[in-house]
Design a protein around this ligand. Structure first.
Ligand code: NAP
Length: 496
């Protein structure tokens, strides 16, 4: 494989919450893979910071175990773990107290490295950490901070959080992470739209019948039950991940691929979103798996709240009131314990204005689907003549472009979303991070939807484990003469 990796400038990355789940599963294994790829300079330092009483050696042991468990095949093949661990330090610190801050300050002083502070802790600690970074002289113009979702739970809390962070840092120092934006195919969305002449002329309400965005999971809430039950699918997925996908699929071409040009266009999409009436929303809660309730309990059991009204599934229809998209429905759906794991954007084009083949040939539509996971790729459904005798009958066939097949596997360097985003922080590139006004606009659209169902005392509809969600979600499209792309994995044809 030809390496296209360009090492980043020297940096010190402090991970507040460096002993936590996110750090162990994603951040540290991701950094190790960048180290193996030759992107992390030998003098760069990673400094874990949390309350646990560890010394740097103890922390290295913790990180070694995390990388062995979560690093994947590439990490196993790399065989440089000791060298990576030698670049790690640890400080025992209390975000709410004074202990550890002097030690961190002395570790960070005396270098001209880029300074990045990853807030991989509960959002309730963001303000405490930002305040102490300033108090101890670490919030200077070299500092960048990375903050994790959830960024607020409504407009009011998001505004308060933005205001707190703005007290200590400028907007160009704040990196609000949405790991969906770091995925290869999500960036490919922009490349496909704005790097080809083929699609853009058709990318509007004149040619597009509707767009579907689906993020479906087969897993349940797992160990996150307590957190999830206070959040639900709308806050956990739609307000951030699905909203970002919607922005990228619907935005106008930015003048340049630079952070503010891209984010300005995304913001315009969010601000043009129509409010969503109750009859365009379906919420659901998964049931236990029949015959295997012990292993796969229903949502309310999983979150230990028998009266929970939090949704583990949501489907909704919205529109974008601007010249490009007026009248085109955008259907969003996301949920847990569904039939398949799939993140996909589907652009369904309109019928041809007239069929020269007569009605017997059937009417067919072009469908462009962009898969984010699994098997990242793009499929364009085109209509052709069914081969063989029997006259002119039409069928749809996929022009399938799996990125793994199209680009020889050996030539592709797989970069996880977190790896890419952390390196972007070091490079100072905010294109794939959410700006404060974007987050607030997303909450301004989300809040009335949530307030609406709370005021109605809406109870989510039950749906079967491994299904496509509640039947009302199917009805949401069916009553408009449309259908969701099926989530149910196709059974292979006999002999295939
Ligand atoms: P976690 O496993 O509970 O870890 C929390 C970390 O914060 C631990 O390292 C903990 O270490 C540290 N901590 C807690 N209180 C502290 C204090 N007062 N001072 C200093 N350190 C403190 O949580 P997580 O799952 O890693 O999540 C971290 C953040 O990422 C959260 O905002 C979460 O919403 C977000 N997030 C997580 C995931 C994920 O997959 N886990 C995905 C997306 C977003 P000590 O107890 O040793 O202090």
């Amino acid at each position: 494989m030809v390496s296209r990796v360009i090492p980043v400038d020297l940096f010190d990355l402090v991970i507040f919450g460096g002993t936590g789940d996110l750090a162990r599963r994603k951040i540290l294994p991701g950094l190790y893979r960048r180290f193996c790829a030759g992107q992390m300079p030998p003098q760069a330092r990673v400094i874990g910071a949390a309350r646990s009483e560890l010394d740097s050696e103890g922390y290295r042991t913790l990180v070694r175990e995390a990388i062995e468990e979560f690093g994947g095949e590439e990490a196993k093949a790399c065989d440089s773990l000791d060298a990576f661990l030698a670049q790690l330090e640890y400080v025992t610190i209390d975000a709410r107290g004074e202990g550890g801050w002097k030690e961190l300050q002395s570790l960070m002083s005396g270098t001209d490295h880029i300074e990045a502070y990853y807030f991989s802790v509960a959002p309730s600690l963001f303000g405490d950490i930002a305040e102490r970074l300033q108090k101890w002289g670490m919030a200077d113009e070299r500092a960048r901070i990375v903050v994790e979702k959830p960024f607020g739970r409504d407009l009011e809390t998001a505004r308060a959080l933005n205001k707190t962070l703005a007290t200590y840092f400028n907007e160009d120092q704040i990196y609000r992470i949405d790991h969906y934006l770091g995925k290869e195919t999500v960036q490919n969305l922009m490349a496909v739209r704005f790097g080809n002449m083929l699609f853009e002329p058709l990318w509007n309400s004149q040619y597009v019948d509707h767009i579907q965005i689906t993020v479906a999971e087969t897993v349940g809430v797992g160990g996150r039950g307590e957190y999830y039950d206070k959040s639900g699918a709308m806050r956990d997925m739609v307000q951030n991940h699905l909203m970002q996908l919607l922005c990228l699929i619907a935005m106008e071409p930015p003048a340049r691929f630079d952070p503010d040009a891209v984010r300005d266009e995304k913001l315009k999409v969010i601000r043009a979103l129509d409010p969503v009436p109750a009859y365009h929303i379906v919420r659901g809660q998964y049931q236990a798996e029949a015959c295997n309730e012990a292993d796969n309990p229903g949502y309310r059991t999983a979150v230990d709240n028998p009266r929970s009204r939090t949704e583990s599934f949501i489907a909704l229809r919205t529109q974008i009131s601007n010249w490009r998209w007026a009248g085109t429905p955008f259907y969003l759906r996301t949920g847990k314990r569904l039939a398949d794991r799939a993140s996909e954007i589907t652009v369904v084009f309109k019928d041809t204005p007239h069929s020269i083949f007569g009605e017997d040939a059937g009417r067919h539509r072009n469908v462009l689907s962009i898969r984010l996971q699994p098997n990242e790729g793009i499929t364009l459904g085109v209509t052709i003549k069914e081969p063989g005798p029997g006259g002119m009958r039409l069928i749809d066939v996929p022009l399938d472009m799996s990125f793994a097949d199209a680009l020889k596997e050996d030539d592709v360097e797989h970069v996880d979303a977190y790896e890419r985003l952390i390196m972007d922080v070091i490079r100072g590139n905010q294109t794939l991070f959410m700006r404060g006004d974007e987050v607030e606009a997303a909450w301004a659209w989300t809040d009335p939807i949530i307030q609406g169902w709370e005021a109605r005392n809406d109870v989510p509809k039950p749906y079967d484990h491994g299904s496509e969600g509640p039947t009302d979600a199917v009805e949401l499209l069916r009553r408009e003469g449309r259908a969701w792309r099926s989530l149910t994995p196709k059974t292979p044809k006999r002999g295939a």
